[in-house]
Design a binder for this molecule. Structure first.
Ligand SMILES: [Zn+2]
Ligand SMILES: [Zn+2]
Length: 90
């Protein structure tokens, strides 16, 4: 299924990251932009899974959770700044 994004009606916040900021937050799984998986798991995602998704290590696709060790790369690069994912000196 697809994420169903939160939309506020008559939002009264002074600054709302969703209305003014254009932030996408799924009403079903609770994931926000940056942590959004390819498909919506259909249930509230626990915090550790949200973090893993944000770091590109976890994704929900084709009806199942999938570990993606180097989906984005920067999660590993941050752990090991001298790792092969960084730009190498020429
Ligand atoms: Zn969702
Ligand atoms: Zn709002």
């Amino acid at each position: 299924m697809k994420h169903r994004y939160v939309e506020h009606v008559n939002c009264e916040r002074e600054f709302c990251p969703i209305c003014q900021g254009g932030l996408s937050v799924c009403a079903v799984c609770g994931l926000a932009e940056g942590a959004l998986t390819d498909n919506c798991p259909g249930v509230r995602v626990p915090e550790h899974a949200e973090r893993a998704s944000y770091e590109g290590r976890l994704n929900f696709r084709d009806g199942a959770w999938r570990e993606e060790p180097n989906a984005l790369g920067w999660a590993d690069a941050r752990v090991n700044p001298h790792g092969p994912l960084r730009d190498q000196p020429k």
